[in-house]
Design a protein around this ligand. Structure first.
Ligand SMILES: Nc1ncnc2c1ncn2[C@@H]1O[C@H](COP(=O)(O)OP(=O)(O)O)[C@@H](O)[C@H]1O
Ligand SMILES: [Mg+2]
Length: 259
C-alpha cells in the first residue's frame, strides 16, 4: 500500500482537485483508494456531500486517546473502490493543542500502519499550512506530490514546499521523493507558458513533463467526488490526470528498482 501526500503551502493550487482526480484515475485502473481530508476547510469532505455541521467523525478522532481505527472512520463513496475519511472544521484548533501534547506528529502514520483495510493507495489531501496536520501527512507519506499553478507567485510556494519535504526527509531518515504536477495551465497566456518552461528547467528531474489544463469540467469538485458522474469523468483535465498518474506510478517503480 502506497501513501501519497498531496501538499503545497499555498492555497487554491489544486490540491483537493488533484487528490480527487488521482483517486478517480486510480480506481479506473482497478486500484482501491482511501482519500483522507486533512484540511479544516473540508473541501474534499463537502465534495462527497457530507455536511460539516454537526461535524462528522473523521480525522480529529485519530488524535484522541485511544484513537479509533482508520477502518471505523472511513465512508464509502458512490464510486466502488473509492473511500474517504472526513475532515472537521475543528481540526483548525488541533494545532494549538499540539504545543502541549508532544508525540501527536505520528498519529496519522500510526493509524495507517495499523490499517489493513484492503486499499492499494491512501491519498492525503493536505491543508495549506505547515502545522501539525501537514507534519502528520509528511511523516506518513512515501511520496510528496506538489500541485502547482503555472503562475510566477506559485514558484515561491513550490520552493517552500520542496524545502519542507527535504527537511522531513532528513529528520525521518527515509526517502520522501517529490513529484510536481503543474495545474490549471492556460497555454494561451504568455505568462502560463513562460512559468511552465521555468518550472520545467528548475525542477526537470521531478516534474511531470505535461501540465493539467484549465478545464471548467473540473471547476466543481462534486463532479470528481462522483456526485455528478459515477462513471468516467469527461474532459481534458481528467484525461491529463490519468497520464499524470501513469507518470507517478512509473516514478514509483523506478524508485523501487533503484532502492
Ligand atoms: N484544472 C482545473 N481547471 C479549472 N479549475 C480548476 C482546475 N483545478 C482546480 N480548479 C478549481 O480551482 C479551485 C482551487 O482548487 P482546489 O483543488 O480546491 O485547490 P486547493 O485544494 O489547493 O485549495 C477550485 O475551485 C477548483 O475547482
Ligand atoms: Mg483543498
Amino acid at each position: 500500500m502506497r501513501v501519497w501526500a498531496i501538499a503545497n503551502q499555498k492555497g487554491g493550487v489544486g490540491k483537493t482537485t488533484t487528490s480527487l482526480a488521482l483517486g478517480r484515475a486510480m480506481v479506473a485502473r482497478g486500484l482501491r483508494v482511501l482519500l483522507v481530508d486533512l484540511d479544516p476547510h473540508a473541501s474534499l469532505t463537502r465534495a462527497f456531500g457530507v455536511p460539516t455541521d454537526p461535524p462528522p467523525p473523521g480525522v480529529a478522532e485519530l488524535f484522541g486517546s485511544p484513537p479509533p481505527s482508520l477502518e471505523s472512520l472511513l465512508r464509502a463513496s458512490s464510486t466502488e473502490g473509492l473511500d474517504f475519511v472526513c475532515a472537521q472544521t475543528a481540526l483548525a484548533t488541533l494545532e494549538r493543542r499540539s504545543a502541549t501534547q508532544p508525540g501527536l506528529g505520528l498519529a496519522l502514520s500510526q493509524a495507517i500502519t495499523r490499517h489493513a483495510g484492503g486499499h492499494d493507495a491512501i491519498l492525503l489531501d493536505c491543508p495549506p499550512t505547515l502545522g501539525l496536520l501537514m507534519v502528520n501527512a509528511l511523516a506518513a507519506a512515501d511520496r510528496l506530490i506538489v500541485p502547482t499553478q503555472c503562475e510566477p507567485l506559485a514558484l515561491y510556494g513550490l520552493a517552500g514546499m520542496v524545502r519542507t519535504g527535504e527537511m522531513v526527509e532528513r529528520s525521518r531518515q527515509r526517502p520522501l521523493p517529490v513529484s510536481i504536477i503543474p495545474t490549471m495551465y492556460d497555454r494561451r497566456t504568455r505568462i502560463g507558458r513562460d512559468t511552465l518552461a521555468q518550472l520545467q528547467t528548475e525542477y526537470h528531474d521531478r516534474i511531470w513533463s505535461e501540465a493539467i489544463p484549465v478545464d471548467t469540467q473540473l471547476s466543481n469538485a462534486d463532479v470528481l467526488a462522483g456526485q455528478v458522474f459515477s462513471g468516467n469523468v469527461p474532459g481534458r483535465a481528467m484525461s491529463a490526470y490519468t497520464r499524470a498518474l501513469d507518470w507517478l506510478l512509473a516514478e514509483e517503480q523506478a524508485g523501487e528498482q533503484a532502492a
